[in-house]
Design a protein around this ligand. Structure first.
Ligand SMILES: Cc1ncc(COP(=O)(O)O)c(C=O)c1O
Length: 362
């Protein structure tokens, strides 16, 4: 059996470092927003070339609180991609604003060439997603946003550590949002997220919004829920951070292996010039996708379709967000994520590629 992901911690050194981190937190007992949260925030701001970072308890919270900090709400529109995890659309919707879906390109990211036509007076922000671990054409998006006076909120949930040139995900927009759930590149051991930014006012607003909208933990200035980050998560993520460069390097190595064996048989993800892809997922484009997935499954290879339902076609959204997204509609029937976890053996990878080759030669 080759699982898509195995989240158990196998490396004894890493396990010991994680347990030591837990032990430290249990010893001081400041379990929410403790000192490790501050260390985590400093590390995240530095990694994202931003002045500030605010730890929150999920990537969804990060997006939602970023939108709220910009006072986006009822009557507003936010341009985003139809191809993402539903959290992207939900964060917009939960503020009372409306997502405005703009089609993707062949790289699975929002197509900036189509954004300007979607801007109306209601649109206040653009929320691009750096899908699969490669940045979207973010500099073009920021340039369009500046021309129209819009904010940019980067959904970097899948792309912590990805870069365009020397600049990392999260450093381009007004705010950058990340998830540290266990599936992500920089993974926690439960739910966690972070928002990065340069503006001190936005920092203070998100700091307040993550704790019931209070100032000094007492007086509520704007009603909000509880989105604080656990100290245990922050402490454990700091351990994971030390392993991140190694993890990304191995994902990139796996992607080269796949590309060498599968190019020309399926559509392999490419790294655009100047971009540094982290391969959060290794998402191929393939014909007879469902048949291939079933063929691999009965032979013990677990794959994933991330994500099978385009945002405007979820039951909650159906019919209420008219949009023209033919490229996304086509690609969503072809995407398949192959196992690419860093600790997969060469034998496992060889088995997977042999099976894909066998499927298409039959
Ligand atoms: C693109 C994208 N945005 C947002 C999220 C939400 O993150 P979380 O699961 O931490 O709430 C995820 C991950 O699940 C994601 O992949």
């Amino acid at each position: 059996m080759i699982p898509y992901r195995d989240l158990s911690v196998q490396d004894p050194q890493m396990k010991a470092a994680l347990l030591a981190a837990v032990d430290r937190v249990l010893s001081h007992g400041r379990l929410i927003l403790g000192p490790e949260v501050q260390q985590f925030e400093e590390a995240m701001a530095s990694a994202c070339q931003s002045r500030y970072a605010v730890g929150v308890n999920s990537g969804t919270d990060a997006l939602f609180l970023a939108l709220r900090a910009l006072d986006i709400g009822p009557g507003d529109g936010v341009i985003t991609t139809p191809l993402s995890w539903i959290a992207t659309g939900n964060a917009i919707t939960m503020t009372g604003a409306k997502p405005v879906f703009v089609d993707v390109g062949r790289d699975l990211n929002i197509n900036p060439d189509l954004i300007e036509a979607a801007i109306t007076p209601a649109v206040k922000a653009i929320m691009p997603v750096h899908f699969t671990g490669q940045l979207c054409r973010i500099t073009e998006i920021v340039e369009i946003a500046q021309r129209h006076g819009l904010a940019v909120i980067e959904d970097g949930a899948q792309a912590f550590g990805a870069r365009y040139g020397e600049k990392p995900a999260g450093s381009f927009g007004t705010l950058g949002c990340f998830s540290m759930n266990p599936m992500k590149m920089l993974a926690g051991y439960g739910e966690a997220g972070v928002v990065v930014m340069n503006d001190p006012l936005l920092r203070d607003k998100i700091d307040s919004l993550r704790y019931a909208g209070t100032i000094n933990k007492e007086d509520c200035h704007r009603p909000s829920l509880n989105g604080r980050l656990d100290t245990l998560q922050a402490a454990m993520i700091m351990v994971a951070l030390a392993y991140l460069p190694e993890k990304i390097a191995r994902r990139r190595e796996i992607s080269r292996f796949y590309a060498e064996r599968l190019s020309g048989i399926v559509g392999c993800p490419g790294e655009n010039p100047g971009y540094f892809h982290t391969y959060y997922s290794y998402t191929i484009l393939c014909e007879r996708r469902d048949e291939l997935q079933a063929f691999l499954a009965v032979r013990g290879v677990e794959t994933k379709i991330q994500h099978p339902i385009l945002l405007p076609y979820h039951t909650a959204y159906k019919g209420s967000h008219p949009c023209s997204i033919p490229v996304a509609e086509q690609l969503v029937t072809q995407i398949l994520c192959l196992p690419n976890q860093e600790n997969l053996s060469w034998e496992a990878l060889q088995t997977i590629t042999d099976l894909v080759v066998e499927f298409y030669s039959s």
